[in-house]
Design a protein around this ligand. Structure first.
Ligand code: GLP
Length: 270
């Protein structure tokens, strides 16, 4: 608690982000549980809401324990509630590598089915991920953004952040008006994600399809989760920066319903 008060005092010095939108946790598992509280509440609301918008989902190491804990939580739901949830589920992921088969274990599609889709017993059309296995990724990006528009845009958006401040695969520099498109992955991102591929950087996909900052900022509410010491430098930059192209996550400060969730390790430089 004392830690939290002290850190919030320091945060006041970072005048560009309100301390009220930041929640700081002493350990990552309590952070994950708190995020799942919000998610669970949002999912419950959608059960009886005809106009609910799709859930915006992310991949990466940060999200894995959150999805695991959500699955645990849903075990306490009643049979009819779970059936209704399965019926109504509609989510859109942020991104996917280009030139990767959906069944490739390194694809974000496989990640989503392993961590949520299969355990929940969802149907193919309920978890939307851009199709990276195409000769025409530009058209796929356009198609994906149109599908999202047809469904009314994003409701609650979960976000992780790359070591270079990317969200989705919006690599710096990246403008406020960027839309769903094909992007060239930065060396920093390839290095960060190389471990997942258990191979050297040269075998990593070079391109990805990602929702843009514009689609992300159109979400009803945004939850950015930043954990671990490796993110402390970029978190400090995020908290001090005015929104700018070189730190794509900084555009999130323009959103009225932004919540930033951080653990003690990520706060180490603040
Ligand atoms: C990845 C993904 C993002 C993810 C971010 C953080 O490259 N494109 O969607 O949120 O970078 O990843 P991690 O949680 O593994 O640090």
């Amino acid at each position: 608690m004392l830690f939290e008060v002290l850190k919030k005092q320091r945060l006041k010095e970072y005048s560009f982000v309100s301390p009220h939108c930041i929640s700081i946790f002493g350990d990552t598992s309590s952070l994950n549980e708190a995020v799942v509280d919000v998610l669970e509440c949002n999912l419950r609301k959608t059960l009886n809401d005809k106009n609910s918008k799709p859930l915006g989902l992310a991949t990466g190491k940060t999200m894995r324990p959150i999805y695991a804990s959500l699955l645990n939580r849903l075990r306490n739901w009643s049979g009819p509630e779970i059936e209704l949830l399965k019926d109504k589920w509609c989510s859109f992921n942020l991104d996917e590598y280009v030139g990767i088969q959906p069944q490739d274990l390194n694809s974000f599609t496989a990640y989503m089915w392993k961590n949520l889709g299969d355990p929940l017993g969802l149907k193919k059309h309920q978890i939307n991920v851009p199709n990276g296995n195409t000769n025409d990724p530009k058209s796929e990006a356009l198609f994906y953004s149109e599908e999202l528009i047809k469904k009314g845009g994003l409701g609650l958006q979960l976000l992780g952040m790359g070591l270079n401040g990317h969200i989705g695969f919006n690599e710096p520099p990246c403008g406020l008006d960027s839309q769903c498109r094909v992007v060239l992955l930065s060396e920093c991102t390839k290095k960060q994600n190389a471990n997942d591929f258990s191979c050297d950087n040269n075998n990593l996909p070079k391109y990805a399809i990602t929702l843009g900052i514009k689609e992300i900022l159109a979400a009803e509410e945004i939850h950015l989760i930043v954990t671990g010491e490796s993110k402390s430098r970029i978190l400090r930059s995020l908290l001090t920066a005015l929104p700018n192209d070189n730190l794509p996550a900084s555009w999130l400060k323009r959103h009225m319903n932004l919540y930033i969730w951080v653990d003690k390790q990520a706060m180490i430089l603040i």
